[in-house]
Design a protein around this ligand. Structure first.
Ligand code: AHR
Length: 503
């Protein structure tokens, strides 16, 4: 089987915003406690943050981390997480039916972000609270000093403001599971008022309004239209969330889900345009895809706690999906979609980063390791920076329940002019056939392959564990060749590959 691709230097989609390789950390399960923070761990630093986890995060070059939730934020009092630790209250977290010690709050999270070299993206509580909480939190975080909240920050040990630019106006407010859930009009008005107040403090903030929790919600896509009609002039991004699952154990269908993702982005982009036209606005609003990942492996196991039959444990193992090789392909496809839609998707956050539906797993007192999905995320984040190319791809395809025709070969291409490289990310969705792929390089001279990484496995369900950490990991490929203006590469069935070319 064969596929052909044309990559032309002048046919570009957009400069990729680095922030599409962002991540998300919520006070949920063991994401914070035993994830990033474990004071008794042998690798813990002076602040109690795990060094082994910090190293795995640093290697990913994560540009931004969204915090503190998620569903958690909708009943969170950020003030509980400041001041002397021994005086911080333990609260019941209604979202996940657990207890929250508040041992980690904004100061500890900000210090950790500095350690791992990432920017903060904060969410305000528009569920149980509103404008007042948002303006106070903003003043605490961003005002230099000489006011009640900024002076309190200084008293609590942080002299300089953190100058956080990105702020989410609540989380998934369309979801009936959310504390303080609202309809589109109610939320739209609250979000507009909150945004107005936050902008009175600082016009240059980047504000993210909640879109639907997913594209299967009954209120989708009217929710987007109504919310944007209230907020269009006051916000910069609308959030999208999507989780992927292979519940029927049907791999071809599962891997076709990226078509549904593409349609979701396309639909919201059209809604943005519709509201822009209606408002006769010159301003653009973009997409912040601030929660995405595979999530289903742990659903059954979590039922008892989430249904409220497990008491109120502190940091229990929740949403601990153990990812397999098949999920590598799905994550590769999701990231390819974001690269190809980099004209509208300017922020995206893998949900989440550690332990909770995450590329990084830890054991209490034990090791931290990379799950299978760590690798496609790593390759895209580290090497997928630059300009997305408008590739012309010709590949045989197949039908799924999501689309009439899904190409076997899915590919994205990134041109980095600064270091003179072209990077291609390929996924072969074919069950049994290798596909000979040829990329015609138009306008790129003297191409030479400088890196070729392949992920494939005889067992789609193979996983990495504490004991077998390297069961699924990339191998150096050898078959990619660049000659006479063409790159040729063989894609084995069910494989993920990255090919980098110096030009
Ligand atoms: O990431 C897990 C949860 O998924 C988040 O808390 C929520 O926003 C979404 O429903």
């Amino acid at each position: 089987m064969k596929a052909s691709v044309i990559a032309n230097k002048d046919y570009t989609i957009s400069k990729i915003d680095d922030r599409v390789y962002g991540a998300f950390l919520e006070h949920l399960g063991r994401a914070i406690y035993e994830g990033i923070y474990e004071p008794d761990h042998p690798t813990a630093d002076k602040d109690g943050m795990r060094g082994d986890v910090a190293k795995l995060v640093k290697d990913l070059n994560v540009p931004v981390v969204r915090y503190p939730g998620g569903n958690f934020v909708s009943a969170y009092n950020w003030e509980d997480g400041i001041g002397p630790r021994e005086q911080r209250p333990t609260r019941l977290d209604l979202a996940w039916h657990t207890s929250e010690s508040n041992a980690v709050g904004i100061h500890e999270f900000a210090d950790w972000c500095a350690t791992v070299g990432t920017e903060m993206m904060l969410a305000v509580n528009l569920g149980s609270r509103g404008v007042d909480e948002a303006r106070n939190f903003l003043e605490y975080v961003n005002h230099p000093g000489g006011s009640y909240w900024s002076d309190l920050r200084i008293k609590n040990g942080r002299k300089e403001p953190w100058n956080v630019k990105m702020w989410c106006l609540g989380n998934e407010m369309d979801g009936p599971w959310q504390v303080g859930h609202k309809d589109a009009d109610e939320y739209g008005k609250l979000a507009a008022n909150t945004a107005r107040a936050m902008r009175m403090f600082d016009k240059s903030l980047e504000l993210i309004v909640c879109g639907s929790s997913n594209s299967d919600m009954a209120s989708y896509p009217d929710w987007e239209r109504i919310v944007l009609e209230h907020t269009y002039e006051h916000v910069d991004h609308i959030s999208l969330h999507m989780y992927f699952a292979n519940r029927e154990d049907n791999t071809p269908n599962y891997l076709g889900l990226s078509e549904k993702l593409d349609t979701y982005i396309e639909t919201v982009a059209s809604t943005i345009k519709q509201v822009k036209a209606k408002k006769k606005s010159k301003k653009d609003v973009y997409i912040s895809f601030d929660e995405w990942n595979v999530w289903y492996h742990s659903n059954k196991k979590d039922r008892e706690i989430l249904e409220g039959n497990g008491g109120w444990p502190h940091a229990p193992g929740l949403l601990e999906d153990i990812y397999n090789f098949e999920d590598v392909l799905m994550v590769g496809l999701i990231l390819n979609t974001f690269i190809r839609r980099s004209d509208v998707v300017k922020i995206a956050c893998i949900a989440q980063l550690v332990n909770v539906i995450a590329p990084i797993m830890t054991e209490k007192g034990g090791p931290a390791w990379a799950q299978t999905i760590y690798y496609p995320y790593y390759f895209a984040s580290v090497f997928g920076r630059g300009t997305a190319l408008q590739l012309v791809t010709n590949s045989p395809g197949y039908e799924t329940t999501h689309a009439k025709n899904t190409a076997y070969v899915d590919v994205s291409g990134v041109h980095n002019e600064e270091d003179g490289t072209l990077t291609f990310f390929f996924v072969n969705r074919h069950t049994s056939e290798s596909i000979e792929s040829e990329v015609e390089l138009q306008g790129f001279e003297k191409a030479e392959v400088i890196d070729h990484q392949v992920m494939t496995h005889r067992d789609l369900k193979a996983v990495n564990t504490a004991k077998a950490q390297d069961e699924v990991k990339p191998q150096k490929g050898s078959g990619a060749k660049a000659a006479d203006g063409r790159l040729t590469v063989t894609l084995p069935p069910y494989s993920y590959q990255m090919v980098r070319v110096k030009i």
